[in-house]
Design a protein around this ligand. Sequence first.
Ligand code: AMP
Length: 177
Amino acid sequence: MTTKPAIQLRDYIRNIPNFPKAGINFKDISPLLADGEAFSECTSELSVNMPKNIDAIVGIESRGFLFGAALAQLTGVGFVPIRKPGKLPAETHAIEYELEYGTDVLEIHRDALNKGHRVVIVDDLLATGGTAAATIQLVEQLGAEVAACLFVIELDFLGGKEKLGNTPIFSLLHYNN
Ligand code: AMP
């Protein structure tokens, strides 16, 4: 009997140098999404790192939607989107945060979370940590508690984790460039 080799998620992440601008080594998750078994393995590995008693999975636009929604489906927990400004139709709560050049804004529906809810934040990648830190603040401003942040990829050399305070962070893959 032959056993299939275990899936290595790293084999499904493609490096695109100098995208979207010079000096950025873009981690392209397209090959991972395109492979049913690899995507499913990734979702299952995320679920292993998910704390218990979670009321909502919060996904960050846009690639956080892909992994967050898949994880929500697998675990039977509801999904809450965090979106760029002007996309959510009902009343929103917004946060402005610093980028390398300038600022950006993220929004959540005001009624998406309640006081005391325990949530998990999901995104494809942790880089400098600005996006995840803003999302943690947004969730906490609605009175909910962040039990953990889950990422498929963490760029260790950018030290994003330090921006996320005491929030537990789980990343499936770590890169040093
Ligand atoms: P940051 O706020 O710096 O942690 O950036 C995180 C967000 O930017 C994530 O939503 C990622 O999708 C995206 N991102 C940042 N750097 C990269 C990279 N090298 N490759 C792919 N996506 C990236």
